[in-house]
Design a protein around this ligand. Structure first.
Ligand SMILES: *Cc1c(COP(=O)(O)O)cnc(C)c1O
Length: 421
């Protein structure tokens, strides 16, 4: 459910007409609904009300500090994957004791920053990383909370590029190796073993892979406890899918019910790292049709947003619904490719899609673009990054300004020898 809807054939985000924003802010832009964001977070959080838990929003899905702030104000924590994300989380007011740090390649400076901040725990992905964190913590005279990211070897049945819980993926440590690594960690003075974590993949639309993963972690936690290693946090990662097209993912309450039942008597505080399920359908990318043309046997709708703004279709072949901002019943339907201005054949939002016969100058909305949209954007083709706009009730707020051409060359320098005398 989301708050993008038509009133008299005009698309609205909550009580704001999308055309009004486009007129004043220009196109393209990302548009988010505060009401949807809040509801999604609350529904997810409430689903686990009966067990101790922390919902750590996956910052990489949408890192805008205003968006993070919404979840912070709801008592949410953050799942970060870099020093930059930690910086953002803190700027948004996140509580360090609700921050978990995931990722296969943490650098020394990033580890130090997290140690100085006093985050809840590092989700450690290799034996070398354990040693590194222990050494950095010793240098700083602190203890690092850690959990191992275990690779449970379950197939999340999602796109291969966003599947992470299989043996062949680069993420985590397999269960047997993790037993050895935990024993090593127990002998390191500057580590405080707190948890076990896993994250099996993204856009998972079935419950069973999560339940399979829990069964493996449950067994592991039992074996660790027998060996005197007390696990207090069970981090189940993120990955719950959403409806882009016709997928039918479980509702967060079904997901929660199944997890709570599967993880009974484990006596742990749960950590969840949802990203997409909270923000995905709370955002749209609004763009204007620049041109339409028909090459032999093929029709193109050329819009002012490109793969640099939204890369998911090019990267994963992802489906995003495309809706007119002004619905007009009288016009016909066409089959066309919706493409951007970038000089790459891979620059498309949709291929061979049945759409209203869009005309030059018209606005359209690329739906479900709230997750991995702006955060994956770039300035390729020297296109300034586009604004992010948050609607709350009948008001809209620019939460990130449109970049300028000047911003594009920020930090660039022409070396002395090339300068005019
Ligand atoms: C990407 C990621 C998430 C969030 O995944 P979603 O599919 O957006 O819920 C959570 N945890 C980790 C470790 C991740 O890498």
């Amino acid at each position: 459910m989301n708050d993008f809807d038509y009133k008299n054939d005009h698309l609205f985000c909550e009580e704001v007409q999308v055309e009004t924003i486009a007129r004043e802010a220009g196109t393209p832009f990302y548009l988010y609904s505060h009401r949807t964001l809040l509801r999604h977070f609350r529904v997810f959080d409430a689903a686990f009300a009966e067990v101790p838990h922390i919902v750590c929003f996956a910052v990489k899905a949408n890192s805008n500090t205003s968006i993070l702030r919404i979840f912070v104000r709801e008592g949410g924590g953050m799942d970060i994957v870099s020093g930059g994300e930690l910086y953002r989380a803190l700027k948004a007011g996140a509580e360090p004791e609700k921050i978990v740090y995931s990722g296969v390649g943490k650098r020394d400076e990033e580890i130090d920053f997290a140690l100085q901040t006093g985050i809840l725990m590092f989700n450690v992905e290799s034996a070398q990383e354990l040693e590194t964190i222990n050494a950095r913590a010793e240098r700083l005279g602190v203890r690092a909370g850690i959990g191992l990211r275990v690779n449970p070897d379950v197939d999340p049945q999602t796109h291969p590029h966003i599947s992470t819980g299989l043996r062949e993926n680069k993420f985590g440590i397999d269960v047997e190796a993790s037993l050895i690594a935990y024993r090593q960690a127990a002998g390191m003075k500057h580590l405080d073993i707190k948890g076990v974590s896993c994250h099996i993949g993204s856009q998972v639309t079935k419950i069973s892979p999560f339940i399979d993963a829990i069964a493996r972690l449950k067994e592991l936690i039992g074996r660790l406890r027998e060996g005197g290693i007390m696990i207090r946090y069970l981090d189940l990662g993120g990955g719950l899918g959403i409806t882009y097209d016709r997928e039918t993912p479980p509702h967060p309450s079904e997901y929660a019910r199944a997890i709570i039942d599967a993880a009974k008597e484990m006596d742990c505080t749960f950590i969840f790292e949802p990203g997409r399920v909270i923000v995905g359908n709370a955002g749209a990318l609004v763009s204007r049709v620049l041109y339409t043309k028909g090459n032999v046997g093929k029709r193109f709708i050329i819009i002012d947003a490109g793969m640099n703004d939204l890369i998911r279709p090019s990267l994963y072949g992802s489906y995003h619904k495309i809706q007119p901002v002004l619905r007009r019943a009288e016009r016909g339907e066409i089959t066309a490719d919706v493409v951007g201005p970038i000089c790459e054949s891979g620059d498309f939002v949709a291929k061979g899609r049945k759409l209203p016969a869009f005309e030059r100058g018209e606005l359209l909305a690329v739906m479900s673009a709230g997750a991995y949209g702006f955060t994956m954007s770039s300035t390729y083709n020297s296109r300034p990054r586009i604004p992010e706009i948050l609607v709350r009730d009948d008001r809209w707020h620019v939460i990130r300004k449109r970049e300028t051409w000047g911003d594009l060359i920020l930090g660039e320098e022409i070396p002395e020898f090339m300068r005019d005398k």
